[in-house]
Design a protein around this ligand. Sequence first.
Ligand SMILES: Cc1ncc(COP(=O)(O)O)c(C=O)c1O
Length: 372
Amino acid sequence: MRVSPEIESLIPYKPGKPIEETKRELGLTEVIKLASNENPLGPSPKAIAAIKGSLENLSRYPDPSAYDLRMKLSQSWKVRAEDIVIGNGSNELIDLLVRVFCEPGDRIVMPDKSFIAYAVVSQAARVGKREIPVDKNFHWDVDKFVEDFKENHNSREKILFLANPNNPTGTYVTKPEMDHLLEGLGGRSDLLIVIDEAYNDFVRANDFSSSIDYMKDYNNVLSIRTFSKAYGLAGLRVGALIGNTEITQWVNRVRNPFNVNSLAQAAAMAALDDSSYIKESRELVWRGLDSFYEFFKEMKLPYWESQTNFVLFDSLRDGEHLFNCLMRKGLLVRPMKAYKMPRHIRLSIGTDQENKRAMEILKETLLEVPEL
Ligand SMILES: Cc1ncc(COP(=O)(O)O)c(C=O)c1O
């Protein structure tokens, strides 16, 4: 059976290795996974209770419109419930946006060194990509981009994907920059601006702006959120898309009717009510980030201050080799070769205990692996 050249050359998204698989393959009893930006606290006890309470209804199909969850989110985000679409993780929503709004031969636009899934789902849909260049601190010139875009717009560029804060760098677009971007490109009928806020709950910077605040002025702005990070439900797969109903109705047309299972819907609602869990998750991440910054300073390794639950650092070594050495000692991190950063490592924040142990393993291994 023949497949298209795009499918043939597609390099699939490589998820972090699961803990059990690592234990099995390497004969380890203890593995610390700091590779997939998950919440190390485990799910909220309220979410677990809600799942248990929903088990008896499992013989029924789930609510195809996730009505109760959308109503709850609409109150908390101050947007209309009709403007929200729930997805099987935000990944499904990213995929749907490309499939719905791009045709083969179109392009998405994204800053370089940003979430690889945008490019993977696009390639699978025979859609190309243009990467906006960034400097060594992963900063892109928003004003220049807007001017270029306005002057040389290629009508086949349909979606701008902007992860804010960004994965894998942890950096962010400031409010003045976002204002300029949207003053320049907001309201266009030929471009969707998708702002992916998977990590917005962890932001500490005070010049960060929420995408939702721009929606009333610009109807081509969409926001993506997830329950996989601060809300601790990565295993259940729940994400949300927020945007003008004129746009989201098309997504709903293509979306599988029962895309989000009933346990996931119930758990997401309960997690939203657990503000103390969110507070604890945030404080854990902030404490962890600060201690890793100190650690990297001590080890004289460049790192980038992060507004997320992970931190990127330059190991000054062969990142893939370092990753393998760390894995053999039971520490899973994420090497950045796929992002064309062969020395860099992305490390998710764990529990205090996991972070402490991770620093011990890192210190020991950094001494063993020579700098390049
Ligand atoms: C920026 C960004 N967007 C979206 C996702 C996907 O999240 P999920 O599909 O679990 O909602 C991730 C996951 O790491 C991410 O980093």
